[in-house]
Design a protein around this ligand. Structure first.
Ligand SMILES: Nc1ncnc2c1ncn2[C@@H]1O[C@H](COP(=O)(O)OP(=O)(O)OP(=O)(O)O)[C@@H](O)[C@H]1O
Ligand SMILES: [Mg+2]
Length: 255
């Protein structure tokens, strides 16, 4: 069933229109989009780790896989094979014709925390539709000039979507696969601090993420004491997300 949306007042590019009125069933859902038009920057790694961290805290989590390559779905199957059935999975193969109605229909039964893994190359009207569903966008960025430029373009594309212009979302950047003390890392830090977008954490380049991906778990499930510093990063990410969720909840009727 397609959820209806009421927008009060006209929508102009240069005017932020009033927030939409909530529909029943929408109120509790917190939608986190992991996205960057650039491939291989860690979208699926972030989405799967985020879903497993939230599930480990007892949250009701749905992982929506929008990537036709279905890496997040394979991860979830692997997880289920090992007996973990704590994350609800959904998938939708996005293409240029995917409508907003199709997306809302797909998430009808999504749980309270909806984590969306998106494909590389997300842009145009489909990016706008996905943004319309979303409350928080997390953009992983790798420390390389190509990735920094691609992330800048993607952040601009997000901010130019009609849905963002109607209702700005909370955006955050995460530096991924970094090796401290490299020149590229210094450049990435400079770029991130120049943005007026929160820069959450720096995730280091570690085989724990590769191992966890293969086993259908998050790095916290590996229970390896050497991953302690990496788990601290995740604590920070979850704390920031909870603050955003409370802020959104504290404004009844607004999302
Ligand atoms: N912090 C990290 N440390 C080590 N390896 C990592 C890290 N983050 C991601 N990787 C590895 O990098 C590769 C690409 O990551 P991932 O699949 O998450 O990127 P993606 O943005 O989802 O890619 P795609 O655009 O193809 O969907 C994977 O092999 C993953 O295990
Ligand atoms: Mg991916």
């Amino acid at each position: 069933m397609q959820r209806e949306e009421k927008v009060r007042g006209p929508v102009h590019d240069d005017i932020i229109s009033p927030p939409r009125v909530l529909q029943t069933g929408d109120e509790q859902r917190f939608v986190i989009l992991i996205a960057n038009a650039k491939g291989g920057c860690g979208k699926t790694t972030l989405a799967t780790n985020l879903a497993s961290h939230l599930a480990a805290q007892g949250k009701a989590v749905t992982l929506l896989d929008l990537d036709p390559l279905k890496s997040a779905t394979s991860w979830l199957h692997q997880r289920e094979k090992s007996g973990r059935r704590d994350i609800h999975g959904l998938s939708l193969k996005l293409d240029a014709h995917t409508t907003y109605g199709r997306l809302t229909e797909t998430i009808t039964h999504a749980r309270e925390y909806l984590v969306i893994d998106s494909p590389a190359g997300l842009d145009g009207p489909v990016l706008d539709h996905v943004m319309r569903l979303t409350q928080v966008v997390i953009v992983p960025v790798l420390p390389s000039p190509i990735d920094i430029r691609a992330a800048t373009r993607f952040l601009q594309a997000v901010m130019l979507t009609p849905s963002y212009r109607r209702r700005p979302r909370r955006l955050a950047v995460i530096a991924n696969r970094t090796r401290a003390r490299t020149r590229m890392y210094a450049q990435l830090r400079q770029f991130l601090s120049s943005l007026k977008i929160p820069y959450l954490v720096t995730l280091r380049d570690t085989q724990f993420y590769v191992q966890a991906a293969g086993e259908g778990v998050g790095i916290s499930d590996l229970e390896d004491p050497r991953a302690g510093a990496d788990l601290d990063h995740w604590k920070r990410i979850i704390e920031w997300l909870e603050i955003q969720r409370h802020l959104i909840k504290a404004m009844p009727g607004f999302r």
